[in-house]
Every structure is written in C-alpha cells, then in structure tokens.
Design a protein around this ligand. Structure first.
Ligand code: PBG
Length: 325
C-alpha cells in the first residue's frame, strides 16, 4: 500500500475541482453597504482614516447607491452626519433630518434598493455618547424614547428596515412597540445584538465625529472578553422581536458569529467595521498585503463562520470581483 492512503490534495489539484468542492460561497446579495450622508450639493468629503470612503451629499449618495445596486448589492445602511449636534441629539430625531431626507431621495430615485437606517443618537449628540447623559451617566430608559422617535422618523420617510446600534437595554422591544403602534408592523428590525466595546470603531468615529467627549462606551457596549453574555444579548433581542441578529465587529468575533448561527434560526448579520476595513487598506497601501485577497479572505471567513449577511465598506469592490469571477 502506498502511503498515505488519504490524500486531501487530490481535490485541490485544479481550479474546477477546487470550485466544485468549495463549501462557502460569497455573493453580492450577501452584502450591505454602509454609507455616510451629509447636507449640501456635490459634496464628497474623503474620510482620511477610511481610504475610498466619503461623506456624501444626497445627490452623490444616490449615484453611489445606484452603482452598488448595479453590482447586485441589495441594501445600503445609512449613517447621518448632521449640521448641528446638541446634548440630546435633536437633529437625529427630526423627521426632515439628513437621514429621512436621504431615505426619501433613495426610495424615489433608486427603486428596488433596500434602505436600512442606523438608529442611534451618537452621531447627533455633542458629547458623542449613544444615550442621554445626566451627571456623567448614560441614561437607559430616557434614551429609549429618543430611539423610538428616531426609528419612527426613519420609517415614515420610507426606510425598509431599522437597525438600532446603541446597546441600551430594551431598545428592540421599545422600537418594535413604537413601530407597531404607528402601523409599521411589517417593518423589520436588524438588531446590533452582540456589539462589543471595540477599538475598531475609531475610523468610523472620525467619519462621524462621534468620539465620546468624556469616558468611553464600556458601560453599554460589551466587554470583548465575554461570550456567554453575547448569548444573553441575542436571547433578549430575539424575545423583543428582532428579525435579524447582528454581531459586531466581525473578524475578531468569529466565535460569536458561529455561536449565534448554531443557537438561533434567525438570519445572522456581521459588521466588518471601519477598523477592519482600514487595517486591510493600510497594510495594502504599505505593500504588505494584497488588498483584494485580504478583502475576499476576510469576507468568506465571516460567511463560513455563519453570517448570512455582511455589512462592509468593501461591498462595491467585493461585488465587482465576485462578478468578474
Ligand atoms: C453607533 C455606531 C457605531 C458604528 C456603527 N454604529 C460607532 C460606535 O459604536 O462608536 C461603528 C461602525 C464602524 O466602525 O464601521 N451609531
């Protein structure tokens, strides 16, 4: 008998064989493209720490979203960059604020594209926290009222889905109730369920100018050391009516994605966050990594771990490469 008898390399000899036995496939339809929107006309402000990403005015946002749709990407998620911020994040609650305006324009001019909105006040508060602040504390239940108002403003503008990212307790239930009361019982909620207090949001915070002016987010976002607690977060969001469960960030939390997949039949989303994007971009710019390969390997790994959907700033690039084969 020749040795070894099991030769796994037999199924790796040619590209057609490798393609035939490939266990995980990545498709443009798996991707959700995060976009930042600001006021003005013809504005496309680069975000220094996120090469290739911009804060766009609505006219250019429409162009970008239409291109994404052309590439087979089914959905975008919107983050608002308001003109003014205050203690209570008032500009985020305005039914004519930047996100509701963008939603209306996208629904009108890019028909068929799914428009998801991020629901959280941190982009709109002067202190940068995701909740109402009193005496240095982030208040949970007062924040729920704001989230309900914001989710309703987005729904009334025509959003197809809302995605609360604040990590206040009870927000999914509160938003569900507010939506149902207003006749939006068919509007799905994608909950940022297991959202960790990660250093990897730093480039996003530069983009949204939303770094907390004091303290940090550890009193509401999760400790990176915890796994069982993520299961409790997921369980609560399921009980409160979440339709899609999200884990965030993605690549350092593949174990959490896999556990969410194994435990719940719900669609699982994972957010490849700004810092994950920027790390790959920076290494590629330095000539240390092949950008396209690093991008596709990270995305397929997130999918293999169990994510059905991936929020990624690479969405257009990835879709382009996937379509090219
Ligand atoms: C909060 C929110 C954040 C991100 C998405 N929603 C920032 C934060 O929690 O500080 C980060 C996304 C990313 O880093 O790409 N509205």
């Amino acid at each position: 008998m020749p040795f070894p008898s099991e030769r796994l390399r037999r199924l790796r000899t040619t590209e057609p064989i490798r393609r035939m036995v490939r266990e995980t496939s990545l498709n443009p339809a798996d991707l959700i493209y995060p976009l930042f929107v600001r006021s003005g006309q013809g504005r496309q402000d680069p975000i220094a720490s996120m090469p290739g990403q911009y804060r766009r005015s609505i006219d250019l946002l429409i162009k970008e979203a239409a291109e994404a749709q052309q590439l087979g990407i089914p959905a975008v998620i919107l983050f608002g960059i308001p003109d003014s911020k205050d203690e209570r994040g008032t500009s985020g609650l305005d039914p004519n604020g930047i996100v509701p305006q963008a939603v209306r324009a996208l629904k009108d001019q890019v028909p068929g594209l799914l428009v998801i909105t991020d629901v959280c006040i941190d982009e709109y508060t002067s202190h940068g926290h995701c909740g109402i602040v009193r005496e240095g504390k982030i208040l949970n239940d007062e924040t729920l009222d704001c989230l309900q108002t914001m989710a309703l403003a987005h729904a009334q503008a025509g959003a197809d889905m809302v995605a609360p990212s604040d990590m206040m307790d009870g927000r999914v239930g509160a938003i569900r109730e507010a939506l149902d009361r207003a006749g939006f019982e068919d509007l799905p909620i994608m909950a940022y369920s297991a959202k960790y207090a990660s250093c990897l949001y730093a480039p996003f915070r530069e983009a949204a100018d939303s770094s907390p002016s004091f303290g940090d987010r550890q009193s509401y976002q999760m400790d990176p050391a915890n796994h069982r607690e993520a299961m409790r977060e997921l369980q609560l969001d399921v009980a409160e009516g979440a339709d899609i469960l999200m884990v965030k960030p993605a690549l350092p939390y593949l174990d959490i994605i896999a556990a969410a997949r194994a435990t719940y039949p719900h669609p699982i989303a994972a957010y490849q966050v700004s810092g994950e994007y920027s790390m790959i971009k920076a290494a590629a710019q330095a000539g240390w990594l092949d950008e396209a390969r690093a991008m596709l390997e990270s995305l397929v790994s997130i999918k293999r771990a169990g994510a059905d959907l991936i929020l990624t700033y690479f969405a257009k690039d990835a879709a382009r490469r996937l379509l090219a084969g």
